[in-house]
Write a protein that binds this ligand. Structure first.
Ligand SMILES: [Zn+2]
Length: 499
């Protein structure tokens, strides 16, 4: 009897010791993450799986979700994987500053730069970085002039008793996917070596290593196969909806779509001796409006920015002398002004704009910035196509045979017979089209994205330069420059069958 009691006591004692030991070497960490918010600062109705018509997102609401998560997980840290800029007027008008002010109010713990953070230029981005009250990390972006990293490569965060090293990384193709003038001051180097270098150096200082990546899901999955001593990749850029982490080479890859519709939450139990995740659970939260209390501090900032925009949007930027009338079957005076503005800005031979992308006409009178936003609500960017005259002739023939969404035109006159689908004449800069000459065409990325339909050539068959500049911004600039606008129909598009 006595010896049985002793055995039981010894066993209990052993269990106690094992538990103490385990607690000593085990911590929990919580990471709340999102990516590609794209300045969707106000709640909006998602089109996907939304029969009740509820709204999601909006930064005050998203911050409200973070507040309520923090009540459950007081040790949670927040990570934003980039592309918070670009996508709504407030971002364009404040050149990204709006997002920095909001993230300051939200108390973000760490951010990595996305490609769209460069949309307003390098200098502007540097100013915005100075305003940020949260750390910004990227391990593979160098400033050419100094040869130094543009921002610190990593940040060590504390989630309760867990130390998390967060290494930032930018897509290696940033330079080719951005407007050259916005990224000419920097160099982006291969991600793998940089990330591994910092992961190695952090090993003795942290319990967990996370890569905060703006590369996209596919490059992240490749990177994961090449890394050692990394526990998770919190990603962005490809707007991939991952309902739970994808495990590659023991690395958890996470990404939650875009525009704040979802937050991801990783709750991990961490082995602090071996610096690894023992197990975890994951929450994939839809930020439906009305279920949590919006964060008051963030709400205030979002509201004040919105008020600023309202004032800006309703100011007169120009004056219209003749009503702007749209047409999708022939030349329109608004189409002429639109394409002239784009062609002049990019100094090309020709400009094309699909009539369907001109969303409203306008009566003569004051033009406000809001009018231009309503005429051109899409964030389509300008693309430059370079083609030989003979290819261009084929493209225009194709247009005549497939007239859907007629192209408004600047710099070119085309005469054709719409009944017989025959092209009669093309005049560029006052001269007949020269089959051997190279012509430049400014158009938008919607058209180049559908180039097969518009021109009968795939995008791969055409030489296309991406400017990254939003067409609407060009129109606003052009309207501001002109005191009065009086665009007319000039016979740029002539169908002899209707004359
Ligand atoms: Zn991106």
């Amino acid at each position: 009897m006595k010896s049985r009691k002793i055995v039981i006591l010894v066993l209990l004692f052993a269990i106690l010791i094992i538990n103490c030991e385990r607690d000593k070497n085990t911590t929990t960490a919580t990471i709340i993450h999102w990516n590609d918010f794209h300045a969707a600062n106000l709640p909006y109705k998602p089109t996907y799986k939304n029969p009740q018509g509820f709204k999601v997102g909006g930064y005050a609401n998203v911050a409200g979700y973070i507040d309520s998560l923090r009540e459950v997980y007081p040790h949670a840290v927040t990570m934003n994987a980039g592309d918070d800029f670009q996508g709504s007027p407030v971002s364009s008008i404040t050149k990204g500053k709006s997002q920095i002010l909001i993230l300051n109010a939200l108390g973000l713990d760490v951010f990595t730069l996305g490609n769209h953070e460069f949309d307003y230029g390098f200098k502007k981005l540097r100013k915005n970085i100075k305003l940020a009250e949260f750390p910004i990390v990227a391990s593979n972006i160098f400033v050419k002039e100094s040869g130094k990293l543009m921002v610190p490569p990593y940040k060590i965060l504390q989630s309760g008793a867990t130390k998390i090293g967060v290494i930032g990384v930018m897509l290696e193709t940033l330079k080719s996917s951005s407007l050259p003038k916005n990224v000419k001051e920097i160099e982006v180097v291969e991600a793998r070596d940089q990330v591994q270098k910092y992961a190695d150096s952090l090993e003795s200082k942290v319990d967990l290593t996370v890569v905060l990546s703006h590369q996209g899901f596919y490059p992240d999955s490749i990177l994961a196969t090449q890394l050692d001593k990394v526990d998770a990749i919190i990603g962005g850029h490809s707007h991939t909806w991952l309902t739970k982490p994808v495990e590659v080479n023991d690395i958890l890859i996470c990404q939650v779509g875009s525009r704040g519709e979802r937050l991801g939450v990783i709750n991990a139990r961490v082995d602090t001796i071996n610096n690894r995740v023992i197990n975890y659970d994951y929450e994939y939260i839809r930020t439906i409006l009305g279920r949590v209390k919006p964060d008051q501090k963030v709400n205030k900032v979002v509201d004040s920015l919105d008020a600023l925009i309202a004032a800006r949007m309703d100011r007169q930027i120009s004056y219209l002398q003749t009503d702007w009338t749209r047409s999708s079957r022939g030349e329109s005076n608004i189409g002429n002004w639109f394409t002239d503005a784009i062609r002049e800005r990019f100094n090309t031979d020709i400009a094309f704009q699909n009539s369907g992308g001109i969303r409203k006409g306008l009566s003569a009178g004051p033009i406000t910035e809001r009018d231009i936003w309503e005429i051109c609500p899409f964030d389509n960017t300008v693309e430059i196509i370079s083609v030989k005259g003979d290819t261009l002739t084929q493209m225009i023939r194709w247009r005549i045979e497939h007239p859907r969404d007629l192209l408004q035109t600047s710099g070119m006159k085309r005469i054709y017979n719409g009944q017989t689908d025959s092209l009669l004449k093309v005049i560029i800069n006052g001269q007949p089209i020269d089959p051997d000459q190279t012509y430049t065409i400014a158009t938008n990325n919607y058209i180049t994205g559908h180039s097969q339909r518009f021109f009968g050539f795939s995008a791969a068959e055409l030489q296309i330069e991406h400017t990254g500049i939003v067409g609407r911004d060009v129109l606003i600039e052009a309207a501001e420059k002109a005191d009065t606008i009086n665009s007319q129909i000039e016979g740029r598009i002539m169908d002899v069958a209707t004359k």
